[in-house]
Design a protein. Structure first.
Ligand code: HEC
Ligand code: HEC
Length: 248
């Protein structure tokens, strides 16, 4: 595992000593259970700035770990079902956001034109996504993605596609009783049926009693580009995506 528990209090008190991999893990936890309320940069709740290194309700990392694990009773801040280690990693991530000003993961300045070349070339993004009038419809349409998401969310989508699958992008896999395999994106479901956009772009209603099995996948079909693209290329792709605001 990441940290020996016994080593924690010392590390946590110092507020540093985390390896990049541990901070990365803390960032993943942050994005999966905190960013929906606090925002990718930690400043979305009035009066609270998680990236500011100053807290109204906490002096030390130990206080912060307790807040993360217990929540703040009487407020909308919920407890997270984290071990002490996980809570410490999230706190380490908050501290690292503070040292770098903003979300630390976006440190490089990207170039949208180079990003476009990666998206259309070696990234093979158009094999699954539509941008403007080009591409494929297996994945969500990215034509206006820059108007809908922040840079830090887009970066996370590239590095850890499975962490933050949007409810409206949930991939489904089903097997009909005759063995036919069906994949697509879940649009809706009720007790008896699933409505999916299949991989050919057709809206289909599948009656559950005609299916041998079906599953809403927690793992994104999108590959992670971590290690596949350089940090600079990721920054370039992110700045290209940010520029996509829906113009054709
Ligand atoms: C459901 C929304 C929600 C989620 C999810 C959430 N928070 Fe909060 N958090 C809040 C609200 C609202 C407050 C402000 C509470 C108050 O002081 O009135 C808060 C306060 C805090 C504070 C205290 C800030 C200060 O200045 O003392 C910390 C630290 C914090 N949250 C960290 C986290 C972390 C880390 C996570 C993820 C593990 C998280 N929160 C998840 C809503 C949320
Ligand atoms: C094998 C198919 C596939 C490839 C290749 C692929 N994606 Fe995806 N992508 C998906 C699917 C499916 C989703 C929806 C599930 C999810 O969020 O992970 C998705 C989600 C996304 C999202 C999040 C969308 C949202 O609404 O927040 C972004 C951004 C994205 N992809 C960008 C890219 C970029 C840029 C590339 C190329 C570097 C790429 N994708 C390559 C299939 C793919």
């Amino acid at each position: 595992m990441l940290l020996a528990l016994a080593a924690l209090p010392a590390l946590a008190q110092e507020g540093h000593g985390f390896t990049p991999a541990e901070l990365e893990r803390g960032g993943i936890l942050y994005f999966s259970s905190c960013a929906n309320c606090h925002g990718p940069d930690g400043d979305q709740i009035g009066g609270v700035n998680l990236a500011g290194n100053r807290f109204r309700r906490a002096q030390s990392d130990t206080d912060l770990i307790a807040i993360v694990r217990k929540g703040i009773p009487g407020t909308a801040m919920p407890p997270a079902a984290y071990t002490e280690t996980e809570a410490a990693l999230v706190v380490g991530y908050l501290r690292s956001m503070a040292t770098s000003g903003k979300s630390r993961r976006i440190s490089l300045t990207g170039d949208p034109a180079r990003g476009q070349a990666v998206v259309e070339g070696k990234g093979k993004c158009l094999n699954c996504h539509t941008i403007g009038s080009r591409g494929s419809i297996t994945g969500p349409n990215l034509t206006a993605i820059g108007a809908a998401r922040r840079a830090s969310e887009l970066e996370l989508a590239l590095l850890d596609p499975s962490v933050d699958i949007r409810p409206d992008n949930r991939p489904v896999r089903a097997v009909a009783k005759d063995g036919t395999k069906i994949t697509g994106t879940l649009m809706n479901q009720d007790t008896y049926s699933l409505q999916i956009l299949d991989s050919n772009g057709k809206l289909r209603s599948l009656s559950k009693d005609t299916l041998r099995e079906h599953e809403v996948m927690k793992i994104s079909p999108m590959p992670s580009y971590k290690g596949q693209l350089s940090d600079q290329e990721i920054a370039d792709v992110v700045s290209y995506l940010v520029s996509l605001k829906g113009a054709r």
